[in-house]
Design a protein around this ligand. Structure first.
Ligand code: CP
Ligand code: NVA
Length: 308
C-alpha cells in the first residue's frame, strides 16, 4: 500500500550501515538505561504486538522497551482476536495500522507477514516466522560485539536444525561479512537456494565437531521449533548426535562464546555444563533483545537519530 514505509521482515531488509547504526544506538540506549536516565522519544506512540505463537523474551522485550521509550504496547494473541476466527490478515493489517504507529508480528509462514506488510500504513517488525527471526540475530551479534569486538571475518558455528534462527544467521553472515559453519542432520539441512546464495559465507559439515573446530562462537537451538511439534519424537532420534557438549565446545577457540536464543532444553541440543558454563553468554544475549529492539523501534519511527 505505502511502499515508502520501512519494515524489518528479514535481516537483510536493512543495509550494513543501517545495522551498524542500530548497534551504536543500542549501546547508547543501553548505557542510559543502566544509569536510570530516562529516554522517552516515543511518547504517544503505540506498538501492536500480534502473537500467533508463544513467547516470553520477545513479548517482554518489546513491551518493556516500548514503554521505556515513552510509548505504549498492546498485546494481541490470536485466540483473543478475530484473527483466531479467520479474519483475513490483510483486513487486520488495514484496520490496526490505522490505529497504531508500528506493529510486531510473530506468526507461521513468512508469506503471512509479507501480506500484512503489503497492507500496512506503518512499519512492521518480524518477531519470528517459520523462516526468519531477525530480532534475535540483532541481539546475538550485538552481544558478540560487546564481548569480543567486530564480528566481520569471524567464524560462527551453527549446530542443529537449519531453522528460522539459522536462516537469519546466514543472511547476517552475508551482510556483515563473516563465515557461518552449519552442521545439520540429513533431512534438516539448509535449503539449496539459500545455501547457493550465501556463496563463501557458508560452509556445510556432516559432523558437528568439524563445524565447531576453530570457531569464535558456537550456537544452537531447539531440535523442534514451534509449529513442528508433531515431529518431536522423530527429531529426538534424528538429532541425537547434534548436542553441544563440553567435548564439542573444546574444539572451538578457547575464547569461543556459546549462545542459544532460548528457551533451551538442557540434555537435548545442549548440555547443562555448556549452557551454564563459563563460555555461555545466553543471559546477556536475552537481555540484549531489549536494547537492540529499542534501537530498532527508534529507527523505524524516528529515522536515523544521530549519536548524542
Ligand atoms: N528467543 C525468543 O524469541 O524467545 P521467546 O520465544 O520467548 O520470545
Ligand atoms: N527456532 C525456535 C526459536 C524460538 C525462539 C522456534 O521457532 O520455535
Amino acid at each position: 500500500m505505502t511502499s515508502s514505509v520501512r519494515h524489518f521482515l528479514q535481516f537483510n531488509d536493512f543495509s550494513r550501515p543501517e545495522i551498524e547504526h542500530l548497534f551504536r544506538r543500542a549501546s547508547w540506549i543501553k548505557q542510559r538505561f543502566k544509569r536510570y536516565d530516562p529516554y522517552r522519544p516515543l511518547s504517544d506512540r503505540t506498538l501492536a504486538m500480534v502473537f500467533e505463537k508463544h513467547s516470553t523474551r520477545t513479548r517482554v522485550s518489546f513491551e518493556a522497551g516500548m514503554m521505556q521509550l515513552g510509548g505504549h504496547a498492546i498485546n494481541l494473541a490470536t485466540r483473543d482476536t478475530q484473527l483466531g476466527r479467520g479474519e483475513p490478515i490483510e483486513d487486520v493489517a488495514r484496520v490496526i495500522t490505522r490505529m497504531v504507529d508500528i506493529v510486531m508480528i510473530r506468526t507461521f509462514e513468512q508469506a503471512i507477514i509479507e501480506r500484512f506488510a503489503e497492507n500496512s500504513r506503518v512499519p512492521v517488525i518480524n518477531g519470528l516466522t517459520d523462516e526468519f527471526h531477525p530480532c534475535q540475530i540483532l541481539g546475538d551479534i550485538f552481544t558478540y560485539i560487546e564481548h569480543r569486538g567486530p564480528i566481520s571475518g569471524r567464524t560462527i558455528a551453527w549446530v542443529g536444525d537449519s531453522n528460522n534462527v539459522c536462516n537469519t544467521w546466514l543472511q547476517a553472515a552475508c551482510l556483515l561479512d563473516f563465515k557461518l559453519h552449519v552442521a545439520s542432520p540429513p533431512g534438516y539441512e539448509i535449503e539449496t537456494t539459500r545455501a547457493d546464495a550465501a556463496g563463501d559465507h557458508l560452509a556445510r559439515f556432516a559432523d558437528p565437531h568439524d563445524a565447531v573446530r576453530g570457531a569464535d562462537l558456537v550456537t544452537t537451538d531447539v531440535w523442534t521449533s514451534m509449529g513442528f511439534e508433531e515431529e518431536t519424537e522423530e527429531r529426538k532420534h534424528d538429532f541425537a548426535d547434534f548436542r553441544v557438549d563440553a567435548e564439542m565446545m573444546a574444539l572451538a577457540k578457547p575464547t569461543a562464546l556459546f549462545m542459544h536464543c532460548l528457551p533451551a532444553h538442557r540434555g537435548e541440543e545442549v548440555t547443562a555444563e555448556v549452557i551454564d558454563g563459563p563460555n555461555s553468554v545466553v543471559w546477556d544475549e536475552a537481555e540484549n533483545r531489549l536494547h537492540t529492539q529499542k534501537a530498532l523501534l527508534e529507527f523505524l519511527l524516528l529515522g536515523q537519530v544521530d549519536p548524542a
